[in-house]
Design a protein around this ligand. Structure first.
Ligand code: GDP
Ligand code: MG
Length: 178
């Protein structure tokens, strides 16, 4: 018998880090330099086979406008089972905001057993690395472990680097918990 799993995954991080671009790349295979700032909360859906028995309906929840406040309402977080926390490699301030976002996530949602929801860290815009990178591999490795992320990836929504890998890592983690 086939079963369907609906997974609500949040995509959080500061304004302009590439959240909307990552979602569009993953779901629609497109990239543009001109996304209008979405207003409010929006989600995109990707449906795929996970294994012989399981179809995943993956909802990626975008935010827009509210990023400037650095936190979201509990309604947005409700029933989320995972998160992508995104920063922009070329802007150190967006990396500093990562812990604020992770803190907000852990304060507002948890799994049924009380454990934090799995989160993967995305160092986005890696195609622009030469423009002054604020963090490097070994440091991020330690950071990831110390702050309870399940993994990290250098990504580019523009060049389609590691977007699939990062999301697959998150989904694997979510699916291995039940
Ligand atoms: P959001 O505010 O987090 O949703 O960020 P957007 O997805 O709107 O992206 C902000 C800007 O960064 C846009 O001009 C995008 O085209 C650009 N951008 C997003 N991802 C990348 C990337 O991987 N590489 C480059 N070079 N630009 C990107
Ligand atoms: Mg956006």
């Amino acid at each position: 018998m086939q079963q369907e799993r609906l997974l609500k995954v949040l995509v959080i991080g500061d304004l302009g880090v590439g959240k909307t671009s990552i979602i569009k790349r993953y779901v629609h295979q497109i990239f543009s330099h001109h996304y209008r700032a979405t207003i409010g909360v929006d989600f995109a859906l990707k449906v795929f086979n996970w294994d012989h028995q399981t179809v995943i309906r993956l909802q990626l929840w975008d935010i827009a406008g509210q990023e400037r406040y650095g936190n979201m309402t509990r309604v947005y977080y409700r029933e989320a089972v995972g998160a992508l926390v995104v920063f922009d490699m070329t802007r150190a301030s967006t990396f500093q905001a990562v812990l604020k976002w992770k803190g907000d996530l852990d304060a507002k949602v948890a799994l049924g057993n009380g454990r934090p929801v799995p989160a993967v860290l995305l160092a986005n815009k890696c195609d622009l690395q030469h423009q002054g990178l604020c963090t490097k591999g070994p440091k991020l490795e330690t950071f990831t472990r110390e702050h309870g992320f399940v993994g990290w990836y250098e990504t580019s929504a523009k060049d389609d680097t590691n977007i699939d890998a990062a999301i697959t890592c998150l989904v694997e983690n979510i699916m291995s918990r039940d």
